[in-house]
Design a protein around this ligand. Structure first.
Ligand SMILES: C[S@@+](CC[C@H](N)C(=O)[O-])C[C@H]1O[C@@H](n2cnc3c(N)ncnc32)[C@H](O)[C@@H]1O
Ligand SMILES: [Zn+2]
Length: 1023
């Protein structure tokens, strides 16, 4: 028997949540891994780091926890020392649920993972907000700024070392283990210094080779005594990256070749090759020539640290980042020399940032036939302080434009593809527009405006003659080599494609965009030929290929010019939605969307991720292969499987696959052997890949997940931690079934917010928390009695919901957060049977857990589904706006009502995008006055009617209503009012609710009397 892992007992979820929310906003920060290349559904780094760490270290308060580990905490986490930085909290509101926080080893370990800063604690007490960057203490392992902090990382690595080795050799003392760590750890930095300090280490010779081997050995010796961590669904590589950062042997699998390349680029190459190098002057100048010297000087001037020169040598902080920048600039310069004429500078010599295009369609009125730009709106910029739009100038059926400032009052011409002709007023249907566009040689439209940078921000103008002329240049098919790989156009549900005749991935690019892409690829190939054909050379080339991917994502006709006046790449929402008007970036502008801009992101990432000596290893195949690792040879599995049908990874990534295949397909022939990314074996529930039915898709997902978990269970020695972010019961049923079918049970379950500031804003629906469950192999024994299991689940779930509610969790996620707890109860038994002998399914069980959670939230409000819907929504989403996703999610997990249903009842008001809960007036205003006065009406109708009558001071009717439906003081009517009083924001409804409650006794009493002829001073309770 071994001690439980920390993750099975405790996690600082509030701290992890807030730093993870912050991580999402850091996606545009220098050096964040998401800036390397897009991948979908990335987990935030703080969550990954915390979950990996807590899945490895034991709970220090567990009786079986090795003594040495407890001592390690005492020594490393400052117990009793003057600088007690990991001191548990004094009483602060946020941790109310956990108060009092005792000063013990477990709490110190939690504080090491993440702890609110002193300033943040004080702010919390004073009810003040704290800026995201100051939320956590500077000593928190998961804090963004700590990712390269040598002391904190050494502490984390030592804690892991002691925990891991003390489990293998319980008799060893902490001192002995600590000393062994110090020796092995120092050996790495010594070997690094020796290698990276050697002049001209790039030259292949025995002496350099020995230094490289020495470093490899030092790393291997160290890691042989560290646990191994595996992620079978590695995606963008966040989990393996964090496992490697913690010093573990880190492995990742992904079926997708694009993910595989991104993983290598994120968590293998920077750690292996993003290192300092010293060149003798002669060597440096031989290799890089004048351009290299210039680049070096720029870096030396801008960055300084690490980039220096003396009489003999050039000192480079990061060989890989320098090479990537050097060779990328070469490619860009050569390409610009060939194609730069397509983007002429203006009279002042400025290079335009982008060109604004609109596709066109012919007006269906034969006597008009205007070629109408399909503009959905006319604004190029629509901000409070800056409004600029394209103003049409129409002569006959000729449409020209001028640029105007101010508010645009024009009505749009194009509503969801239906065209109203501005010349003749005729309407052309979507089908006609589609048919017209399919016939077009050029479905990329007409250039309408040119966007440039100026000292006052972006500037817009009408294109000049030269620009129009080059914009119309035609290219031979050989010049543009349009890729003919098909998009999954037959599928509209799981992966939207634009329609309108855009069937191939290559169709997304205009001719001139493809012409430029092909020139880039051509110069890329020349550079590739010139760099060394070894692993280092390949890694360098991978970044150049990723750069071309990034350029492709911003240089196609499906980008969007957003309200911040920057270009948004294609597939912002995991689909290729139709775009009628779009910005075409100028790759050579140096501004938003330009190639130089992309390069900067890549270089920044390389420069901040190169410090770690530990890299992860990746494998590109479908997971679930039982022979991949020996039985129990992986210590910990931490993973984030696909969320049922939420994202069509393979379909999305084909956009990049076609370019990567062209750029590095020859370096990775096995990964790029197939025409497109593998689809059939992907572990998702997408019916277009699985025989066309929902049922088949579901079975495929469940079988695949079970097969993969089955292999994991065989290969993993300790804990399996699984993150899951889907809110539907169906997806959860599949997940839990697969866990149980793989002979594991859930031993811990944690909800973590990853998208929004939980508990900080009162009126917004909280989205996208993910739940992490830790699992262990378990023997499910005997038969459970349903009544007992049900009672146990209801209790567990109620406790969990209460505690998460207090921690600030809201939204539909709150209901799913309790699923893990419910399953852990159920998973002890082989089967759970009802009184009639039938077996309870996981689906039924989750239904039960969901209801229990919902009832806890409803706090005992009984009544019909509409009333329960009303209160549930108010509990979870408040009275403010929620978007369509929240609304569907809510109805999916909440109650057996759908959006249409509650909309038709006027309970939810919305325009298709945003929804809010109806207040009394909105709910009943238009309905007949009798609704809500009868016993058969829903409770919320009765209460809202009473509120309206109270407001309009219609006492006689109010008394009649009360007499009819609200006589019982303890009845649901009054309890609903009491709940509303708790939940409504300070608005008009709240006033009526409070008024009714204040006058409740009198109203009930008066309602018993016979109606009076003359109604006196209404609601004069003093009478
Ligand atoms: C939720 S994502 C993982 C995201 C990752 N945690 C990150 O932060 O970037 C799930 C991943 O599972 C991969 N996947 C799907 N089916 C798979 C299979 N059969 N074997 C291996 N990987 C698979 C997908 O390609 C996708 O990258
Ligand atoms: Zn017309």
């Amino acid at each position: 028997m071994k001690a439980k892992k920390l993750i099975e007992v405790a996690l600082p979820i509030k701290e992890i949540s807030l730093e993870s929310v912050r991580d999402k906003s850091l996606c545009h920060s220098k050096g964040h891994m998401s800036t390397l290349h897009v991948w979908w559904a990335r987990r935030p780094l703080p969550t990954c780091r915390a979950v990996v760490f807590a899945s490895i270290v034991p709970d220090p308060l567990d009786e079986l926890c090795p003594v040495a580990f407890g001592e390690a905490i005492d020594d490393l986490l400052n117990k009793g020392k003057a600088k007690a930085i990991y001191k548990p909290y004094a009483d602060i509101p946020y941790t109310a649920v956990l108060d009092p926080v005792e000063d013990n080893r477990r709490n110190r370990l939690l504080a090491f993972i993440g702890q609110f800063s002193d300033k943040c604690q004080q702010n919390m007490l004073a009810g003040k907000a704290t800026s995201p960057k100051e939320l956590l203490s500077d000593y928190s392992l998961i804090k963004w700024e700590c990712k390269n902090n040598p002391e904190i990382l050494a502490t984390a690595r030592k804690l892991i070392w002691v925990a891991y080795n003390a489990e293998q050799e319980p008799s060893k003392s902490y001192d002995a283990l600590s000393a062994e760590f110090d020796v092995a750890y120092k050996a790495i930095s010594d070997a690094e210094k020796a290698l990276y300090g050697t002049v001209d280490r790039h030259i292949e010779c025995d002496a350099n080779w020995d230094l490289e081997i020495a470093l490899k050995m030092a790393i291997e010796n160290f890691q042989n005594r560290m646990p191994s961590v595996f992620d079978p669904f590695a995606g963008g590589g966040a989990i393996p990256l964090e496992a490697a950062r913690l010093g573990c042997r880190s492995y990742g699998n992904d079926i997708n070749p694009v993910a595989h390349i991104i993983e290598k680029g994120s968590a293998e190459f920077p750690q292996k090759y993003g290192k300092p190098i010293v060149y003798s002057k002669a060597e440096f100048e031989r290799i890089y020539g004048d351009d290299g010297i210039k680049l070096f000087q720029e870096k030396n001037a801008n960055d300084g640290i690490g980039w220096r020169i003396d009489t003999k040598n050039y000192y480079l902080k990061n060989r890989l980042s320098f090479d990537v920048e050097y060779y990328a600039k070469k490619i860009l310069k050569e390409t610009e020399a060939d194609v730069g004429y397509l983007y002429p500078a203006d009279e002042q010599g400025r290079k335009p940032v982008a060109y604004y295009w609109a596709r066109t369609a012919k007006c269906s009125n034969p006597s008009c036939g205007a070629e109408v730009p399909l503009l959905r709106g006319f604004y190029l910029c629509n901000r409070d302080k800056k409004k600029i739009y394209l103003n049409p100038v129409i002569t006959g059926n000729d449409i020209q434009f001028e640029i105007k400032e101010g508010t645009c009052k024009l009505k749009e011409w194009n509503r969801r593809g239906v065209l109203t002709c501005p010349c003749c007023g005729s309407v052309t249907s979507v089908d006609e527009v589609k048919a017209d566009m399919k016939k077009q040689q050029n479905p990329y439209g007409r250039m309408l405006a040119v966007i440039s940078d100026s000292k006052d921000g972006k500037e817009y103008r009408i294109p000049n003659e030269q620009e129009l002329r080059v914009s119309r240049q035609s290219f031979s098919s050989e010049d543009i080599q349009r890729p003919s790989d098909r998009m999954p156009i037959e599928n509209v549900r799981n992966f939207n494609t634009p329609g309108f005749g855009f069937s191939n991935w290559g169709d997304l690019f205009s001719d001139r965009q493809l012409y430029v892409m092909n020139n880039l690829v051509r110069h890329f190939q020349q550079v590739k030929e010139s760099v060394a054909n070894n692993e280092y050379g390949h890694s360098l080339v991978v970044y150049l290929a990723l750069l071309i991917d990034r350029i492709a994502a911003f240089s196609n006709s499906f980008c969007v010019w957003d309200s911040r006046e920057i270009i948004q790449r294609i597939m912002g929402r995991q689909a290729v939605a139709m775009v009628f008007d779009y910005p075409e970036s100028n790759p050579f502008s140096g501004s938003t969307g330009s190639a130089e801009n992309h390069l900067e992101w890549i270089v920044n990432f390389l420069e901040t991720e190169g410090f770690c000596p530990f890299s992860a290893s990746f494998h590109n195949s479908s997971s679930g292969e039982k022979r991949q690792y020996e039985a129990k040879s992986i210590d910990v599995t931490v993973t984030d499987p696909p969320y049922y049908d939420a994202i069509a990874y393979a379909d999305c990534s084909d956009f990049f696959y076609i370019w990567l295949k062209r750029t590095i397909g020859d370096l990775y022939p096995l990964n790029f052997a197939t025409p497109q990314t593998p689809k059939m074996e992907e572990c998702t529930a997408l019916k277009h890949h699985q025989g066309g039915t929902d049922e088949k898709a579901k079975i495929h997902f469940e079988n695949k997940l079970t097969q993969i978990f089955d292999a994991i269970e065989l290969q993993t020695g300790d804990i399996v931690s699984i993150m899951f972010a889907h809110q539907s019961t169906e997806a959860w049923t599949t997940l839990c079934n697969s866990i149980l079918a793989a002979r594991m049970n859930i031993t811990g379950s944690w909800a973590m917010d990853t998208e929004q500031n939980c508990g900080m804003k009162a009126d917004k629906a909280y989205l996208e928390s993910s739940v992490t469950v830790s699992c262990r192999p378990s023997e499910r024994k005997g038969f459970g009695d349903f009544a007992e299991v049900k009672a146990a689940i209801e209790k567990k779930v109620a406790d969990e919901v209460e505690s998460l509610y207090q921690l600030g969790f809201r939204g539909a996620d709150l209901l799913t957060a309790c699923f893990g707890q419910a399953v852990s109860e159920f998973g002890h038994y082989k089967t759970v049977e009802k009184a009639d002998g039938t077996e309870v399914t996981v689906g039924e069980l989750l239904e039960l857990a969901r209801n229990a959670a919902f009832n806890t939230l409803l706090k005992g409000v009984q009544g019909d589904v509409y009333t329960r819907f009303y209160i549930g929504w108010l509990q979870m989403n408040g009275a403010g706006d929620a978007d369509y996703d929240d609304a569907t999610k809510f109805t999916r997990v909440g109650l057996p009502v759908d959006i249409q249903d509650v909309k038709s009842k006027n309970l939810l008001i919305g325009d298709g995008k945003n929804f809010h809960l109806a207040m009394a007036e909105e709910h009943l205003g238009d309905k007949g006055a009798v609704i809500g006065t009868r016993p058969e009406d829903s409770l919320i109708e009765q209460v809202h009617r009473a509120m309206l009558l109270y407001k309009s001071e219609d006492r006689a009717l109010l008394l009649a209503l009360i007499k009819n439906v609200a006589q019982d003081e303890n009845g649901p009517f009054w309890r609903l009012l009491a709940s509303l009083k708790e939940l409504l924001p300070a608005n008009d409804d709240l006033k009526q609710v409070e008024g009714l409650l204040q006058n409740a006794a009198d109203l009930r009493e008066s309602s018993k009397e016979k109606p009076r002829e003359v109604i006196g001073d209404l609601f004069d309770t003093a009478r």
